[in-house]
Design a protein around this ligand. Sequence first.
Ligand code: SF4
Ligand code: MG
Length: 336
Amino acid sequence: SALILKAEGLKQHYHVKQGMFKPEAVVKAVDGVSFNLEKGKTLAVVGESGCGKSTLGRMLTMIETPTDGQLGYLGQNLLTLSKSTQTKLRQKIQIIFQNPYGSLNPRKKIGTILEEPLVINTDLPKADRKAKAISMMEKVGLKAEHYDRYPHMFSGGQRQRIAIARGLMLDPHVIVADEPVSALDVSVQAQVLNLMMDLQEEFGLSYVFISHDLSVVEHIADDVMVMYLGKVVEQGTCEQLFDNPKHPYTLALLSSTPQLSPEKRRLRIKLEGELPSPLNPPSGCAFHGRCRFANERCKSETPVLKLDSYDESEQGHLIACHAVEENRINLAEEVA
Ligand code: SF4
Ligand code: MG
């Protein structure tokens, strides 16, 4: 399978002024993220809100320039290309946002909204733009007569379909979907997820699917990356993450999603406390204040993302946790 997107050590560090007498703070919104995304595959990025997922999504779509790291698209380093080549290539990596209300201009008709990317980026004549817009509307389950309607005439689910259709107008290879179903009712969520999977199949799309909700990604993801305060704490295939989760934060996220098949559950951990401020992150492992396995080492030494040496069957399954490295977590304990 072809490698479409390759991220290596991507970082986004913001310098934040804290007033006249305090030194500038550095917020490590994303702090060294690496992954490979192949054609037709879905990488899910999961974590509580504030973990850096959306910042990562904006870097992948070049809305923000990383402060460090490499971003390869079909073998080309996106970050070192000329502006004009970047502009061309970024058309192939589109982003869809959570809020289908905010992201669609209420004063524009659906047809105009869909054709806008073509007006900006191509020389297609009006008749061709319209034909393409209508064909995309049909692909996402809307009708041709919706072309002249306004966003407020549609339900939340339909608006998300419109946003997806707009994302497809330039024939992208990659869609970064930032919480695409989080604003929708659960029954509508499943319909939009199924639509996304059908479109992936039809167009060979690769997805980066950002969600705070692990239960949403279980059926759509091929690979999963769990982030905590800008860092990846666990990364692997969907099966590895759901059948054999290891990091205490992943275990806690899984324990808080009751929809997941209970027979898959191992150790249940309640997610205690709140996400610390990224302005003043904890030392060592950033999760230590919320982790029942934390020891002195956790407070001073940041764990590195690596394979579990006690589980050699787990090819490519990476975890950043001292307790996993020290084999201190008994996953068979407290079976649900
Ligand atoms: Fe918990 Fe320590 Fe592992 Fe961090 S490194 S998740 S604090 S056990
Ligand atoms: Mg798939």
